[in-house]
Design a protein around this ligand. Structure first.
Ligand SMILES: [Fe+2]
Ligand SMILES: [Fe+2]
Length: 186
């Protein structure tokens, strides 16, 4: 087990949620097809599980450890990952801003929600591929066993900072529920 194992498992949950949201986007184009509950649950998951919890572990613990081990913060993979986290936040902001109006039947708000949900899904799918296949492999090579052990211990202390965040088990349960509902294999 390495310091990236835990993050790879969180990626699996994020990808499963993205698959559910992508299915929900396709159905939302049909008459009465917009399932606001799935989008509300997805937004809550993305903000708290994916961003305030998973990205916090990368930004506050893994990336600084990689820098300390010699990986530059500027001009390398860390800079790309950070800018993609930030871009994801702008997409999520658009979804959040328009979700209530979309739920109330505003068609242009619905189009914005769908457009940015699909953009987020695309961004995070590619982002996770880069982390899983490139950055995390580099991390596993340059971090010492002591660093790996320290990171694994410190990950356990990370809690989402948002006041309305629910426990991690709740979010993993929601992924399982939505996978059932949207016939996503997970
Ligand atoms: Fe990331
Ligand atoms: Fe990640």
């Amino acid at each position: 087990m390495t310091a990236t194992t835990v993050l790879r498992s969180e990626h699996d949950h994020i990808l499963a949620m993205i698959a559910c949201l992508t299915s929900a986007c396709k159905v939302a184009e049909k008459v009465d097809g917009f399932d606001a509950e799935t989008f509300r649950a997805g937004l809550d998951f993305i903000r708290n599980y994916a961003d305030a919890w998973h990205h916090a572990k990368e930004e506050d613990l893994l990336f600084p450890a990689l820098e300390a081990a010699g990986m530059p913060r500027q001009g390398g993979p860390i800079a790309v990952m950070l800018s993609e986290h930030e871009l994801g936040r702008t997409y999520v902001g658009q979804i959040a801003k328009n979700l209530e109006a979309a739920t109330n039947g505003d068609k242009s708000a619905l189009q914005i929600v769908l457009r940015f949900t699909l953009a987020y899904a695309d961004l995070l799918t590619q982002h996770i591929q880069k982390e899983n296949n490139i950055l995390f492999n580099m991390a596993d090579q340059i971090l010492s066993p002591e660093e790996q052990a320290r990171l694994q211990k410190e990950y356990k202390t990370v809690v989402p900072t948002n006041a309305n965040a629910k426990p991690v088990e709740y979010y993993e349960g929601i992924v399982a529920e939505l996978c059932e509902r949207w016939s996503v294999n997970f």
